[in-house]
Design a protein around this ligand. Structure first.
Ligand SMILES: [Zn+2]
Length: 225
């Protein structure tokens, strides 16, 4: 059940930011009676969707969710209240909520007489929301660095003949990352109306002026920030 909840949560991989990815499964024994996932910030939480699907069958059921149900009034009401109202018997979370503003939902559930457990598939759950967890616990984003370079440390021939040193699949992946991660505001501020990622198959504009070490310097500057 938790594996399914994590699978559902993964559907929001590129759309929930700044919110975490959350999936929820409600089961009566081995029978699933409701499922849901959080699609985007401002939209209903996974628990709300799953409870809506389960309807009256939620009474006495177990709710599996990869993140402790929230206990705060954000853009949507606290999930713990809805869980209580729908007479869920037991809640199993993969991990507790590292967001101090939304945390302690489990304690509230337990106080209301609803069983609360956590730790099932916790490692997978942390990996799924690694950026969210890092922001909440360290106040820093989780940075992934992806570098393609030839054995001699270059990225292209000096005369510009060579276009790419990676394959089509890697380029597609790079475009996907750029498009999903780069904040719209950032693009707007820089007047970069047509990002490279919107033109698959084309090289991003080359940095002019400073020569071959420009990119290396750019990377080092970024890491020093
Ligand atoms: Zn919630």
């Amino acid at each position: 059940m938790m594996a399914r909840a994590l699978e559902l949560a993964g559907k929001g991989l590129y759309s929930t930011t700044p919110n975490p990815r959350v999936g929820c499964v409600i089961a009566q024994g081995e029978t699933v009676v409701g499922e849901g996932w959080h699609e985007k910030a401002g939209g209903p939480h996974a628990e709300v969707v799953a409870l809506g699907q389960a309807g009256a069958q939620a009474a006495g059921a177990t709710l599996y969710v990869n993140l402790e149900p929230c206990n705060h009034q954000g853009r949507t009401p606290p999930c713990v209240d809805l869980i209580q109202k729908n007479k869920i018997h037991r809640v199993v979370a993969a991990m507790v909520d590292p967001n101090p503003q939304a945390a302690h939902g489990g304690a509230k559930l337990a106080a209301a007489g609803i069983g609360f457990e956590h730790g099932l598939m916790e490692e997978e759950a942390r990996e799924l929301n690694v950026g969210f967890v890092s922001r909440m616990t360290r106040g820093r984003p989780w940075v992934r660095m992806k570098i393609a370079a030839t054995l001699d440390g270059r990225t292209a021939l000096a005369d510009g003949r060579s276009q790419w040193i990676t394959g089509a699949e890697a380029r597609k992946d790079g475009h996907r990352h750029r498009e999903s991660r780069r904040p719209t505001a950032d693009r707007t501020r820089r007047g970069d109306a047509a990002p490279a990622a919107a033109r698959p198959g084309r090289q991003p504009p080359r940095n002019s002026g400073s020569g071959k070490n420009y990119r290396r310097r750019e990377c080092l500057d970024f890491l020093r920030r």
